[in-house]
Design a protein around this ligand. Structure first.
Ligand SMILES: *Cc1c(COP(=O)(O)O)cnc(C)c1O
Length: 408
């Protein structure tokens, strides 16, 4: 089937996936393009991305994020080769710049002038920025209560932001119905838009390069519907098809205690993921996706995890903030609570003997801490005031400060 703005298979209604003519692809040339390209964005992987014309690429320099060896944190958790893929350094401060850059570029190539997206916050912020960059107009549909930093990004970039009552699923439905009614390109980065996953997969290409052309034992990702996890696995799979690796890592998904339809199916050994009903209120709002109306998206992610002999965990809400602070304190990397729960999985699976101390583990830190500063400042007191070096010193040498690092 040629590229088009399809959101499901016209024949069976199933989820679409982009495939390339891998056999026709000149492997050494593809790899040479990866390594020799002077581009500092994910577009250096263009031979494996679904945009034909370079002129249609809408880019802000996304991707090429650092992979940090976390020695101090690794020591705490008993894992010597613990790496942090810091996606907070992307242009709009979350990994969503990857799926958005690719998705919106395909939309542009197919002639779209307006895009619509449902978002828990970060994807909307990204879509607004990339639409501005590419001269498209953008409508962002978000659940009421979305962290205000993410809303501010979208509004400032000129998007029309619309709230829905209820969970992310209500935003999903409104965006889907509106795109169908008005013919706008839908960038919703669940599995609805098949091109966005192509951006997600570049995380795998970069990890492979940054580990010295090696695949790690485990990759840990906080998941909503799970396209980042599925996309990252697709990236490793493509490296394997190109003959560049033998295997793929075990994929580990982490969901929040508030909303965990995929983890439930994993734990009970069920074949399909069920829609989640009930409250979706959580500090990890980036992954609060109840999949109402599209549980098959969760099933796709479940199958990806199982195929790699991976794991799917549920992280308590209170550890999200505590681990966000631990991460910032030990490694200087400040992430939103949604992202911090990946660290929880390292500790749990190490204790359970599933992750071994010599395993190479990569935790994908999906979004920057400045997205949700109030999640952390709410737990701190205001800094004390000093007006002289003497007072300053007496303060720092007296009681441990009830500040962001030590808390109460
Ligand atoms: C969107 C998002 C996720 C979840 O990614 P999915 O690909 O939708 O499963 C995780 N973390 C953050 C910060 C996000 O914004």
């Amino acid at each position: 089937m040629p590229l088009d703005l399809h959101y499901s298979c016209p024949r069976c209604g199933g989820i679409l996936e982009v495939i390339y003519d891998y056999a026709a692809l000149d492997k050494s040339e593809a790899v040479a393009t990866f390594t020799k390209s002077t581009l500092t964005s994910l577009w250096r992987f263009a031979p494996l991305l679904p945009v034909g014309e370079a002129a249609n690429r809408i880019s802000l320099g996304e991707g090429n994020t650092p992979l940090l060896l976390a020695e101090r944190l690794g020591k705490k958790l008993g894992v010597t080769s613990l790496h942090l893929k810091n996606e907070g350094t992307n242009p709009t401060a979350s990994f969503k710049d990857r799926p958005t850059s690719v998705g919106i570029s395909v939309a542009k190539e197919l002639g779209a002038t307006r895009v619509i997206i449902a978002s828990s916050g970060n994807a909307g912020a990204a879509a607004a920025a990339y639409a501005a960059r590419g001269g498209l107009s953008c409508v962002v549909v978000m659940p009421q209560g979305t962290p205000i930093g993410k809303v501010a990004q979208a509004v400032s970039c000129g998007a029309r932001v619309i709230y829905t009552r209820g969970s992310y699923s209500s935003s999903y439905k409104l965006a889907l119905d509106s795109s169908a009614a008005f013919g706008w390109a839908n960038l919703t980065s669940t599995f609805l838009n098949p091109y966005t996953v192509e951006g997600d997969k570049t995380v795998a290409f970069e990890i492979w390069e940054q580990l010295g052309r090696r695949v790690p034992d485990w990759v840990i990702i906080p998941i909503g519907a799970g396209p980042l996890l599925v996309g990252t696995l697709k990236g490793f799979d493509e490296l394997r098809m190109l003959g560049l690796t033998d295997g793929v890592p075990g994929m580990i998904g982490v969901q929040s205690e508030a909303v965990h339809p995929v983890a439930d199916a994993f734990a009970s050994g069920e074949e399909v993921v069920k829609e989640w009903y009930g409250s979706t209120k959580t500090v990890s709002s980036g992954i609060a996706d109840p999949l109402v109306g599209y549980p098959q998206d969760g099933t796709l992610t479940l199958n990806a995890i199982k195929k790699t002999h991976g794991q799917c965990l549920i992280a308590p809400d209170k550890v999200a903030i505590a681990l966000g602070r631990t991460l910032a304190e030990t490694e200087g990397v400040f992430v939103e609570p949604t992202s911090a729960i990946g660290i929880y999985a390292v500790g749990e699976l190490k204790t359970a003997g599933i992750i071994r101390s010599s395993d190479t583990v990569v935790v994908v830190l999906t979004g920057h801490g400045l997205k949700t500063p109030d999640a952390y400042t709410g737990f701190s007191e205001e800094p004390p005031i000093a007006d002289s070096p003497k007072v300053l010193r007496s303060i720092i040498e007296s009681e441990p400060q009830p500040n962001l690092l030590h808390g109460r």
